[in-house]
Design a protein around this ligand. Structure first.
Ligand code: HEC
Ligand code: HEC
Length: 383
């Protein structure tokens, strides 16, 4: 039996959802900002980089590819940017003119970084994790320069959490940002350095003398990056950005639907990086729970009363989404939005349900497990 969820969860989630929607509405109202550049980012990437993988131009170019999935991403003013394997533009505004996202802007982050590490908050966290390291990554916060702070931000998001962007009920101790070099995203150290090189070059308007990412990495981890580390991984690219105006179309992946419909605001969904914080609804592990729900006395009662009709797990999942009033999972509030029936096409709903039915506790446990490296260094075990 589930214990009753505190009402604060509900408020948090509804606030998050509302904030998200308002933010987007507000964002699109400002679409008229006429000088917003579209197309090329403020970084000139030279193609002739010789064969030094650590030459600044080369790093910036790789970083650009990892962040956006390609060179000189094209975008209309106030539109989303293409999202590469690094996933950064899915959550952050990286280029002027990009549609606002729900998380902190990265524009100007380098100058903020220097201030962050001077803050009392940073020092407190550093002290707290001085012995054990930050729980998820084993890293001890110890950035001394703005560049090192950027490195630390992507290897250990919870080493400093921007106020208001921690997971609910952690008092901003645990970041909502995924650990970028771990399974969720899975980049190599080389790509991690390249990403920061790109961020530095973008902030310096393309001045490559400001690209210190490799040095920052080496200072931060206290070891050298060698030519042998210059590995680019080949994970599939991340799903495209949500667009609330186009929903439930035939081609979307389940992950995209989850993002567009903001299911993640309320549900934790195993294997979906964006959906690791929701707490208002149950963790969606329907591979095991759907059948149990149907068999439960509460569901059977609703069935007798004619409120619900599912007899198979698939029917249960579809029904939960299109007729959420029919049966309320015990221990939860009746907070699931009622409009999904209108917003999802049949095909999209079908794919979403099939996907949700592949997820169980096991997926939850395995997917994001990371072995803390208590050396403060970086785990090299990737395939
Ligand atoms: C799923 C969403 C998500 C993704 C993907 C993501 N971030 Fe973040 N990021 C956040 C959130 C939320 C914060 C604020 C909390 C924190 O400080 O950790 C943040 C904070 C940061 C900060 C610190 C900002 C500051 O003002 O101090 C940096 C730097 C950063 N992210 C860089 C990146 C880069 C580079 C990428 C791509 C490799 C990336 N992030 C991908 C969500 C994300
Ligand atoms: C505003 C919060 C909220 C949003 C957004 C939301 N849900 Fe829910 N969802 C809930 C709550 C609360 C419950 C439990 C109460 C109930 O059964 O209605 C629930 C229940 C469910 C269930 C039944 C789970 C179980 O274990 O039996 C499924 C399936 C589900 N939601 C899927 C989704 C999907 C898919 C989306 C996005 C398309 C979504 N939800 C969006 C709050 C939300």
């Amino acid at each position: 039996m589930k214990i009753s969820r505190p009402i604060t969860h509900l408020f948090l989630g509804v606030a998050l959802l509302l904030g998200l929607i308002l933010f987007r509405e507000f964002g699109s109202k400002r679409a008229v900002k006429k000088t917003a550049p579209s197309g090329a980012p403020p970084v000139a990437v030279s193609k002739s980089t010789g064969n030094d993988p650590f030459a600044p131009e080369q790093l910036v170019s790789v970083g650009e590819r990892v962040i956006f999935g390609g060179h000189a991403p094209k975008f209309e003013p106030n539109q989303d940017l293409p999202v590469g394997r690094g996933q950064c533009p899915a959550c952050h505004v990286i280029l002027e003119g990009q549609r606002p996202t729900r998380f902190p802007k990265l524009i100007g982050v380098l100058s903020r970084a220097g201030e962050r590490i001077q803050e009392e908050r940073y020092k407190k966290t550093a002290q707290k994790y001085a012995e054990t390291g930050e729980p998820k990554t084993g890293i001890r916060p110890h950035a001394r320069t703005a560049g090192e702070y950027l490195i630390e931000s992507i290897y250990c998001p919870s080493c400093y959490v921007v106020e208001g962007f921690g997971l609910p009920e952690t008092e901003d101790a645990v970041s909502m940002m995924p650990v970028i070099d771990r399974p969720e995203v899975g980049l190599s150290d080389y790509e991690m350095v390249a990403i920061i090189a790109y961020v530095q070059a973008a902030e310096a308007q393309g001045d490559l003398s400001k690209v210190t990412a490799r040095q920052d990495w080496e200072n931060y981890f206290g070891k050298k990056l060698t030519a042998g580390d210059a590995i680019e991984t080949k994970a599939p690219s991340a799903p495209a950005m949500p667009d609330f105006s186009k929903v439930g179309l035939a081609q979307e992946t389940p992950e995209e639907i989850i993002e567009k419909m903001a299911c993640f605001a309320c549900h934790t969904i195993p294997t979906v990086p964006i959906a690791q914080v929701g707490k208002i609804g149950p963790v969606l592990t329907l591979k095991t729970t759907a059948a149990k729900r149907i068999a439960s006395p509460e569901y059977q009662r609703a069935l007798k009363e004619g409120k619900v009709r599912a007899t198979t797990p698939k029917q249960y999942v579809v029904e939960s989404i299109v007729n959420p009033d029919g049966f309320i999972v015990p221990g939860f509030d009746n907070a699931m939005p009622k409009h999904f029936k209108e917003r999802l096409t049949f095909a999209a709903l079908d794919r979403l349900a099939d996907f949700l039915l592949t997820l169980d506790e096991e997926a939850m446990k395995n997917q994001f497990q990371s072995s803390p490296a208590d050396t403060g260094g970086v785990s090299k075990t990737r395939d």
